[in-house]
Design a protein around this ligand. Structure first.
Ligand SMILES: N[C@@H](CCC(=O)N[C@@H](CS)C(=O)NCC(=O)O)C(=O)O
Length: 89
């Protein structure tokens, strides 16, 4: 529990680089971004319809079948459901 709280604080202080791969019209991407914003965690969005490509997403996450795909530094957290679990305190 203490460790989880310390990690959460670290995300908030933006010592962790959070990247969210997304696409247009993706409800779960919007939910994930809203959750990060609600928790004051800064993130970089990589939208495969805007500035980024599906090929780049698949280079980062070869098995990706859905978006969002969310990274905390080099760690692939997963999708929105996984993000919810990771941020649960
Ligand atoms: N359980 C996943 C659900 C993600 C999901 O279903 N994403 C939709 C878009 S919002 C998707 O990528 N569907 C497949 C597709 O559009 O090709 C999560 O929590 O991230």
């Amino acid at each position: 529990m203490l460790l989880r709280m310390m990690n959460y604080q670290t995300y908030k202080e933006n010592k962790v680089k959070v990247v969210i791969w997304s696409k247009n019209g993706c409800t779960y991407c919007e939910k994930a971004k809203a959750l990060l914003k609600a928790k004051d965690i800064a993130f970089e969005e990589r939208n495969i319809n805007k500035g980024w490509t599906k090929e780049q997403l698949l280079a980062a996450v070869p098995n990706a079948r859905t978006v969002p795909q969310i990274f905390f530094d080099e760690e692939l957290v997963g999708g929105f459901d996984d993000l919810t679990k990771k941020l649960a305190v």
